[in-house]
Design a protein around this ligand. Structure first.
Ligand code: ATP
Ligand code: MG
Length: 205
């Protein structure tokens, strides 16, 4: 069975934390591919700063050179609220002979018990979690895996990556302040953000 990793996110914009997480997950679970799934309407977040098509284009630019990474537009095409369980059910129907893995950073891992139909979801995918430095409002939250319910604990593979203290929120803020985002995102992503003036950015060099 082909093993494919799914990485959901707002990607508003995609940054090197996402890319390293996907690559570390690929290595940790010996995945043949990772599919990036930009969210259409995030369930628990304020609305994105860039449109679905803009965010998707940035992800395409970021992963263009990786032979095993691609974008899966299932959530953008569906519109409306995106729940992981719906996406996974749809993908399993389209690709019945694939074993799917769902990739999340440590901040999301702690939220898993509150995801819609999580027990069913945990029976359909194995989760791959990656370390992520805690910051701001999240500081002080528990990282203890022992606190996860057993149906989740047994369905989690841990990947390790060099900790990256970068978030899309930081990058949007930097753009709005006219500060550099060089090396926080791939060059092509930076070029496209600045060319389109996304997030209030102007050319900084
Ligand atoms: P925002 O600040 O807008 O929430 P974000 O940087 O957290 O953006 P998301 O699109 O929310 O990015 O995250 C998508 C997925 O990538 C989540 O599973 C998240 O945990 C993971 N992720 C994001 N940034 C990192 C990072 N620096 N290290 C590890 N995982 C990350
Ligand atoms: Mg986030």
């Amino acid at each position: 069975m082909r093993r494919i990793g799914l990485m959901g996110g707002t990607f508003d914009p995609v940054h090197i934390g996402h890319l390293l997480a996907a690559e570390a997950a690929r290595e940790a679970a010996d995945l043949s591919e990772v599919w990036f799934i930009p969210t259409s309407v995030p369930v628990h977040k304020p609305q994105p700063g860039a449109s679905g098509e803009q965010r998707r284009a940035l992800v395409e630019a970021a992963i263009a050179e990786h032979p095993s990474f691609r974008v899966e537009a299932a959530e953008l095409d569906r519109q409306g609220a995106s729940y992981t369980i719906d996406t996974v059910l749809e993908l399993r129907e389209r690709y019945p002979d694939v074993a799917f893995y769902w990739i999340v950073g440590a901040d999301m891992r702690d939220d898993l018990p509150r995801w819609r139909r999580i027990e069913e979801l945990a029976s359909l995918v194995v989760f791959i979690t990656l370390n992520r430095p805690v910051s701001g409002a999240d500081a002080g939250r528990s990282e203890a895996e022992a606190e996860l319910p057993p149906y989740l604990r047994d369905r989690i593979v841990r990947g390790e990556m060099p900790g990256i203290g970068i978030s899309s929120t930081d990058i949007r803020r930097r753009c709005a302040e006219g500060r550099t985002i060089r090396y926080m995102v791939p060059e092509r992503v930076r070029a496209e953000i600045e060319r389109k003036g996304l997030y209030g950015s102007r050319t900084v060099d």
